[in-house]
Design a protein around this ligand. Structure first.
Ligand code: C5P
Length: 234
């Protein structure tokens, strides 16, 4: 599994996205399109970024009945995205249907990653509102294991959980981890953060980095620093 840095394109419109991507003359970073950008610009934004040669993770976190998810995944697969995701809470029936929908006629498909419990859900809310009484760490690992059994490729998780996910689900089960900050950088609203080098050490396969690159004075230099620390361990 090749490690990579995924830049979160958390911009409101197309012009901002393309002025940002235009800064990159030598490399074609793997990018993440989230709900805000996808819902405001539609599938066209995926096609346009793809035409420029970038790999794309569409972070739409599907969660619906199996048939609906299967058909929606088919649409994403035709858009030629490289990675997409869903909520493991949709259960194995939904996850298996998602894989069927994603798989193209030639047998290839984008990577499919599960969200376990959102990091915004704490144990108290999980217990009181979702009526789940197990400790949150156990729930996260159980959902990851369900995802693995359903044939998914990995999970989105904190870099701090990446090692444990690999222990439970195997080293080839992919961990995609946001919450990354440079040692000398601004933490912003993220709570539990790790540096790119530490994320590499713990075992993240992909780090998702937004503001430390998009808001940097020199985004290309910040991206390169991230790649050097995470992928090359420099
Ligand atoms: O700017 P920053 O590096 O914090 O961006 C992280 C990206 O990862 C954002 O797009 C955010 O929505 C996403 N994300 C996250 N924490 C999660 C899941 C996704 O920060 N648990």
């Amino acid at each position: 599994m090749g490690k990579d840095v995924i830049i979160a394109l958390d911009f409101a419109d197309e012009n901002e996205v393309f002025s940002f991507l235009d800064l990159f003359k030598e490399e074609k970073p793997f990018v993440k399109i989230g709900m805000e950008l996808y819902y405001s610009q539609g599938p066209d934004i995926v096609k346009k970024i793809k035409e420029r040669g970038h790999k794309i993770f569409v972070d739409l976190k599907l969660h619906d009945i199996p048939t609906t998810v299967k058909k929606s995944m088919k649409v994403l697969s035709k858009l030629d995205v490289d990675m997409c995701n869903l909520h493991a809470a949709g259960t194995s029936a939904m996850m298996e249907a998602a894989i069927e929908g994603l798989t193209r006629e030639d047998g290839t498909r984008p990577l499919l990653i599960a969200v376990t419990q959102l990091t915004s859900t704490d144990e108290e809310r999980m217990r009181n509102e979702l009526l789940i009484n197990e400790p949150i760490d156990k729930v996260v690992m159980h959902y990851a294991y369900n995802a693995k059994k359903s044939g998914l490729d990995g999970v989105v998780c904190s870099p701090l959980e990446a090692g444990k996910v690999h222990e439970v689900c195997g080293s080839d089960f992919v961990t995609v981890t946001p919450g990354v900050r440079f040692a000398d950088g601004d933490v912003g609203d993220q709570k539990r953060v790790t540096t790119p080098a530490k994320a590499n050490e713990i075992g993240s396969d992909y780090i998702v980095v937004g503001r430390p690159i998009t808001q940097a004075e020199d985004p290309v230099a910040a991206y390169r620093r991230c790649v050097n620390e995470f992928v090359k361990g420099e």
